[in-house]
Design a protein around this ligand. Structure first.
Ligand code: PFF
Length: 444
């Protein structure tokens, strides 16, 4: 174990870093297209409930383990349940974030490339087929993936305080500012109010099992749960900080940002007379077309938009890399530099396969899926819910209630009134909710 661990400078720094991890491609790329595919406001309504009833309790469970255990998943579990098999959960939490990072970085790379396209005025003419051409090509997405991974590694190399904390402190407020500017501009477009209506007027008949399962899965992904990221970040929190408050602020800002992203995208989509259910191409295919129709302003909005996606993706990818780095530094005694370089390189190499799976390697299939889709499904549908389930079972059933209370109430100095409710959510509701996610992934 390292002699002394770095910590975040304070509660704000911890919340910004956690919100940085939570707010990412999941909010700005995935959320708008899921809303479009799953019935608009009705999906948002279900998503709201999923965030607070399912996801937030899992967040608390991870945070309890991380802060009380004071380390990466292996050491935290070993400290809290000495000699038990629980520490092997550490394996999920080292492997899953690196698998996730490999394809996350590919999409992060798309935002690098699109920012470049916007700056070089490529969204001014005919944009038809732009996304298809781009992702099926070999070198352009690979170069972008490489640049994105290099940025991620650079922040992690700088450390917890000088890297993660400094980077998220600057970028997170900027990110909110940028998205608000884009929302305001979008609302000025003629016809945009139809998009607003679509986001705020729920048609409850649209809610079905599939919508519920999708919303739960998205809440999971969006709050960065089940793979040890929140656990690791919570281990950098000071003892006097309030983890329940930190979790709640993180969930609220994550939700707010997802909604803002919805309001940045949908009004513009409706104003252009386009159907909202375009799927994953909504941001990378439909928006460039819309930007190209805006004439002068289009380029500026495109630059702001893809820059926002890039920052949002980076503040998440650094949290994914940090989990493995914390493990190697603390458990294996590696230097931060060596750990970062080795893990970033390994993840980059896997990402190369993911990137090529849209083009030259499209014929290579694992269980009927291309490499990218296979890893995405493995992580989002299986590893994340599995991790979340084990974390909640550990906190709800393996740790003593007194210890959990002590951690969530900071030794009885805060959150005393809500502890009972939080505990029930962690012990019963969250595991049941996750079981539903599993079943639906199996059956739907
Ligand atoms: N929450 C991130 C997003 O919404 O893009 C994705 C993510 C980051 C998932 C970190 C898991 C994780 F550990």
């Amino acid at each position: 174990m390292a002699a002394s661990r770095e910590t975040f400078g304070g509660k704000l720094a911890a919340v910004l870093a956690m919100a940085g991890s939570a707010i990412g491609l999941g909010n700005i790329w995935r959320f708008p297209y899921l809303v479009g595919q799953n019935g608009g406001a009705a999906f948002i309504l279900v998503y709201l409930v999923a965030c607070f009833v399912l996801a937030l309790p899992i967040f608390f469970a991870e945070a309890v383990i991380g802060r009380r255990g004071g380390g990466n998943t292996f050491s935290a579990m070993e400290k809290l349940a000495p000699g038990s098999a629980w520490k092997w959960m550490g394996l999920i939490t080292v492997a899953a974030p690196l698998l996730l990072l490999s394809y996350y970085s590919v999409v992060g790379g798309w935002s690098v490339d699109y920012l470049f396209k916007a700056v070089t005025l490529q969204f001014t003419g005919d944009t038809s087929g732009i996304f298809e051409r781009f992702i099926t090509s070999t070198w352009e997405p690979l170069a972008a993936h490489t640049v994105f991974m290099a940025f991620t590694a650079a922040v992690i190399l700088a450390g917890v305080k000088n890297g993660i904390e400094k980077f998220t402190k600057i970028t997170m407020p900027l990110l909110f500012l940028l998205i608000i500017v884009i929302v305001v501009y979008g609302l000025t477009l003629p016809g945009s109010w139809k998009g607003v209506e679509y986001l705020v007027r729920p048609d409850l008949s649209k809610i079905n099992v599939n919508v519920i399962a999708t919303a739960m899965g998205q809440a999971f992904f969006s709050l960065s749960l089940g793979v040890g990221t929140i656990l690791t970040y919570a281990s950098y929190m000071r003892k006097e900080d309030n983890v329940v408050a930190a979790g709640t602020y993180t969930a609220l800002s994550d939700l707010l940002f997802a909604l803002l992203a919805g309001f940045a995208v949908m009004p513009a989509v409706f104003a252009a007379g386009i159907q909202p259910g375009q799927g994953p191409g909504l941001v990378f295919d439909t928006l460039p077309y819309i930007f190209s129709q805006m004439h002068g302003a289009g380029t500026v909005v495109a630059i702001l938009f893809f820059f926002s996606i890039l920052i949002a993706a980076l503040t998440s990818s650094i949290s994914l890399l940090e989990v493995g780095v914390a493990y190697l530094v603390e458990e294996k005694g590696w230097s931060r530099k060596r750990s970062t370089l080795v893990l970033a390189l390994a993840s980059w190499a896997l990402g190369v396969l993911c990137s090529l799976s849209f083009g030259p390697m499209a014929h290579v299939q694992l269980l009927g899926k291309g490499f990218f889709d296979f890893l995405d499904s493995l992580c989002s549908d299986w590893l994340m819910p599995l991790g979340g389930l084990l974390f909640t079972l550990f906190v709800g059933w393996r740790m003593s209630k007194a210890d959990v209370r002590d951690e969530l109430t900071n030794g009885g100095t805060c959150n005393k009134r809500i502890f009972g409710a939080v505990y029930i959510l962690v012990r019963y509701l969250a595991p049941i909710g996750i079981a539903v996610v599993f079943l639906s992934n199996l059956l739907l």
